[in-house]
Design a binder for this molecule. Structure first.
Ligand SMILES: [Fe+2]
Length: 299
């Protein structure tokens, strides 16, 4: 059941930033790793997810889209997974009543997640799917229901073969589509994917967690940087931001568990601190604002 949410007044002001009525607001979360049993000592991801959903539902500021950048569930990619965890997590987040956009993470059940996404897609939005030979969930759409141009969201599926997990890979079909889309002078793009495309100055992340051919992706982004609002990802379970060749990259922290990211950190030691992160992203002609938010969890 969709719950009614308070809508912002059209003439509310954001000070020097673009007026709220002209601003797209996105709540990005990721790496929730929902599971019915503890995924690590001290981490009950199902209980944490419930608290995160209540927190998001309590936000009275405008949110046009909730974007989950992948790893909804824990080990949902395994052949033994039924997809029930994915459906349970999706349905709980959907109760908030805000349209959900999703990227595919390395732990996700791609088929179940794709079905949830398509089933709940708003009727008034045209969804443009990017055709790929490997049946990936890649798509784009525009934020304005009255126009097929302007502010647009592009979601990429960079999960490659399970043999390279936890690295990602962008396929040629998506690269070709991206090159065409980003060249359109009438659109501005906010881009989401699970894996970071560029190196992040951390030993274990740069060795094991990136899009393996991510520099191909970055070169397309850099070539069209004037039309890109930002590139947002998850997977590293920590919030960070950087600019490379005039392209803004930002990650969301996990809503469940955290990984180290300093230069000499050489392995993914899960940290169970009871805190959940999300990014509140504002997009307008004035630019891009990323406000990292967090909430304390009871367990
Ligand atoms: Fe993750």
């Amino acid at each position: 059941m969709l719950l009614p949410r308070k809508q912002p007044e059209a003439n509310e002001s954001l000070g020097c930033f673009q007026r709220m009525a002209d601003t797209m607001h996105i709540l990005q979360l990721g790496d929730t790793h929902w599971a019915t049993s503890r995924i690590a000592p001290g981490i009950d991801s199902m209980a944490r997810f419930e608290q995160v959903c209540r927190w998001i539902g309590s936000i009275s500021d405008p949110i046009d889209w909730i974007v989950h950048t992948g790893d909804w569930v824990h080990r949902g990619h395994l052949a033994t997974d039924s997809g029930d965890s994915t459906r349970a997590a999706w349905n709980r987040l959907a109760e908030i009543g805000i349209p959900i956009v999703t990227a595919i993470g390395n732990h996700d059940h791609r088929e179940a997640l794709s079905q949830c996404f398509r089933k709940h897609w708003p009727d008034d939005r045209e969804l443009h799917c990017i055709e790929t030979q490997s049946d990936r969930l890649a798509y784009w759409f525009t934020n304005d229901t009255r126009s097929d141009r302007g502010e647009s969201l592009l979601v990429l599926d960079t999960r490659g073969a399970t043999q390279i997990d936890p690295q990602g890979e962008i396929c040629d079909d998506q690269l070709a589509a991206i090159e065409t889309l980003l060249a359109d002078p009438m659109r501005r793009w906010t881009i989401f994917l699970h894996y970071p495309p560029i190196a992040l100055d951390c030993d274990w992340i740069d060795r094991t967690m990136l899009v393996r051919n991510g520099m191909l992706l970055h070169s397309l982004f850099a070539k069209n940087s004037c039309r890109i609002r930002g590139v947002f990802f998850g997977h590293i379970h920590r919030p960070l931001c950087c600019v490379k060749d005039s392209v803004l990259y930002a990650s969301t922290g996990s809503a469940t568990m955290h990984f180290p990211n300093m230069p000499r950190d050489n392995q993914a030691l899960a940290q169970c601190d009871p805190i959940a992160f999300a990014n509140y992203i504002s997009i307008s002609q004035s630019g891009t604002l990323v406000k990292t938010q967090w909430t304390m969890l009871s367990q």
